[in-house]
Ligand binder design. Structure first.
Ligand code: EPZ
Length: 438
């Protein structure tokens, strides 16, 4: 039943034209939380994660961890939502297709399972609407650490009966997931591991800090070279999930699109600096103090600016669609290049339905700013594409209805509450139960 409720075909209706004012609390980062949850498998003691976002993706992973033997205790603590994960023993190191396909990053349990038990059977995650998204670098990293890897019938079988051993791993290109996976596996390996050409995303620093609190020996996280001295066992710990930089960026774009004066709280400017720089270039006023970022936009159109997505600290691919929504009504022409995923312009035809003028050629979209957008019925295709439709709808004339908001629910906690508290005219239309997720 729970599965069916989560899979409802809800829609979100927005009547555009209201400016936003007030404050929006930012949740813990989805893309950090799910790796931290996987890290809990590395110890037989409880891992307490605070500032936890409550999202479909964290629930999917919670279900898989429970199947592997974890108790998953979600509570409201003094400082907000927390989850305590405790896996005294791994009950069969098997992650079945049905649970992995719901959330690709579930694949990251493979490394911790092999590190802790010496073997695992984990379903391959399959493709995704934004690209093929292979996991070859993850598997090569585990092989370098001494695991033998076989694949049959859509499953990866990994074995390291005498444990993993440290190695030097040079990633041929930067991958967030592969860096995190190698880190998760190497902490319990015998000896030293050096990860070269690692991703530097803030979520990697967060994962490393949590592992260090659990007793791991890691240096260099946040730089391209990470050095891990393996330890024999890890202990429990308490760790606060870092703020969600993509949620922060999406609401900054929403405030700039609708106009008004919004303060984003419980976040950090340094982790979204590349976006804030582009917003300032476009004419948005940004002021940040401590954990708050104030976003103001007065009368008049924003200026079109160009951007290229890059690995951190460059402009994040996950904010490409939200920023494109902002550019649809800017003055001039904005060239937006996507370099991380091969199919990440699925929002373009939907933004076009709202009256945007965008042409795509290969990995580049050219957005010609228009004077106005008009509400229409549109369809969310993936998580970040969905929020770009919400952002555009905030400034469109009349009503926009976004279908398939289950994509949005994977990564944005209480989005309609957060926006309506600032004056947006937004509501959820409950739909029929549907079976499963794509
Ligand atoms: C993470 O995906 C995020 N997901 C993505 O956010 C984010 O867009 C991406 O990093 C880039 O920042 C999670 O953290 C759960 P990659 P990940 O490995 O780790 C190719 C969202 O909406 N590649 O850095 O999968 C890959 O196909 C999601 O929250 C290989 O070829 O990203 C891509 O083109 C979407 N082989 C590029 O590398 C591999 O083994 C970068 O991907 C691994 C990756």
């Amino acid at each position: 039943l729970r599965w069916q409720i989560e899979g409802r075909m809800d829609r979100i209706a927005i009547i555009g034209g209201s400016s936003l004012s007030g404050s929006i609390p930012i949740s813990g980062a989805k893309n950090s939380a799910i790796k931290l949850m996987a890290a809990s498998l590395l110890t037989d003691e409880p891992l307490r994660l605070t500032n936890m976002p409550r999202l479909a993706d964290t629930r999917f992973l919670g279900r898989l961890l429970a199947r592997l033997g974890a108790s998953v205790d979600e509570r409201e603590g003094e400082a907000g939502s927390e989850t305590i994960l405790h896996t005294p023993e791994i009950l069969g190191a098997i992650a079945p297709y049905d649970l992995v396909r719901q959330m690709r990053a579930s694949f990251n349990v493979l490394g911790p399972l092999v590190a802790r038990t010496g073997q695992a059977k984990v379903s391959l995650p399959g493709g995704c609407t934004i690209g093929a998204r292979p996991v070859d670098l993850h598997l090569k990293a585990l092989e370098a650490l001494g695991a033998s890897i076989d694949m049959h019938e859509g499953y990866v079988y990994a074995q390291a009966p005498r444990g993993l051993r440290g190695a030097e791993i040079v990633f041929p290109f930067v991958s967030v997931g592969a860096t995190e996976h190698a880190l998760l596996a190497a902490v319990l390996a015998d000896g030293q591991t050096v990860l070269r050409n690692s991703a530097c995303e803030p979520e990697i620093v967060d994962l490393a800090e949590c592992l260090i609190s659990m007793g791991a020996n890691i240096s260099g996280a946040g730089t391209t070279d990470i050095v891990i001295e393996g330890v024999r066992r890890l202990n429990g710990a308490t760790h606060a999930v870092i703020p969600d930089r993509i949620e922060t960026g999406a609401y900054a774009c929403a405030a700039a699109m609708a106009g008004g004066d919004v303060t984003l709280t419980n976040t950090r400017a340094d982790i979204v600096q590349s976006l804030l720089d582009k917003m300032v270039e476009a004419g948005v006023q940004i002021d940040s103090v401590g954990a708050a970022i104030r976003v103001r936009r007065g009368e008049g159109r924003l200026k079109a600016v160009d951007l290229t997505t890059e690995v951190y600290p460059g402009f994040p691919t996950d904010l490409q669609a939200p920023f494109m929504a902002l550019m649809t009504m800017a003055d001039g022409e904005s060239r937006i290049r996507e370099t991380i995923f091969e199919n990440r312009f699925m929002h373009v035809p939907e933004l076009t339905r709202l009256g945007a003028d965008i042409s795509v050629s290969g990995g580049e979209a050219v957005v010609h700013g228009v004077d106005s957008l008009n509400g229409a019925e549109v369809m969310a295709t993936d998580l970040r594409a969905s929020v770009s439709l919400i952002i555009a709808a905030l400034a469109a004339k009349g009503e926009t209805v976004v279908n398939r908001v289950y994509h949005l629910d994977r990564g944005f906690e209480r989005l309609e509450d957060k926006l309506s508290a600032c004056g947006a005219n937004i509501r959820r239309i409950r739909g029929e139960a549907r079976e499963g997720h794509e």
